[in-house]
Design a protein around this ligand. Structure first.
Ligand code: ZN
Length: 171
């Protein structure tokens, strides 16, 4: 396994729509393992493949990282949000946007379908924190960052901080 470099705000890959995985093979399992290692090392509760420079629809997450553990790993390939309900705001951050934490409104509950790294179909029913992480990571696959979901006035106030991260990502 290897720790991958996490790309930062300003890298064009973060605003592109990622491609579906067409075939789950050894290469994909290696990517999933490396993504877990990278997420746990960061540490973070979720990571999407575009954040490590891979334009494929793969996410890994583990909400137990918030409690200093790593015992609830979930990896999803080609995940799709099938249903969502409720609305709740909570503070979010992103490994690609270091130092910025903002209140983001998201669905309280979601049902997500996808494939496991073994190629099995799986349905994840999630609420609260897990639902939030899933939505945040699946957004990455569509080139959407959490700051894109903020009210324009709030984004305006963050402009300078975001610009600083963008400049750092190009250096
Ligand atoms: Zn993120």
């Amino acid at each position: 396994m290897a720790t991958l470099r996490i790309v930062k705000y300003g890298d064009p890959i973060l605003s592109k729509v990622a491609r579906p995985v067409e075939k789950i093979d050894g290469e994909i399992s290696r990517v999933v393992n490396d993504m877990f290692e990278t997420m746990y090392a960061a540490p973070g509760v979720g990571l999407a493949a575009p954040q490590v420079g891979i334009p494929l629809r793969i996410v890994v997450l583990d909400e137990s990282v918030r409690e200093g553990r790593k015992d609830r790993p979930i990896a999803l390939i080609n995940p799709v949000i099938k249903r969502s309900s409720g609305l709740i705001a909570a503070v979010e951050g992103c490994l690609s946007i270091p130092g910025i934490y903002e209140l983001v409104e998201r669905a309280k509950e979601v049902v997500v379908e996808g494939l496991t790294p073994e190629g099995e179909e799986v349905t994840v029913e999630a609420k609260d924190m897990l639902a939030r992480i899933l939505q945040h990571e699946i957004d990455h696959l569509d080139g959407i960052l959490f700051v894109d979901r903020l009210p324009p006035s709030r984004r305006m106030m963050l402009r300078r901080d975001l610009e600083r991260i963008r400049r750092g990502s190009i250096e």
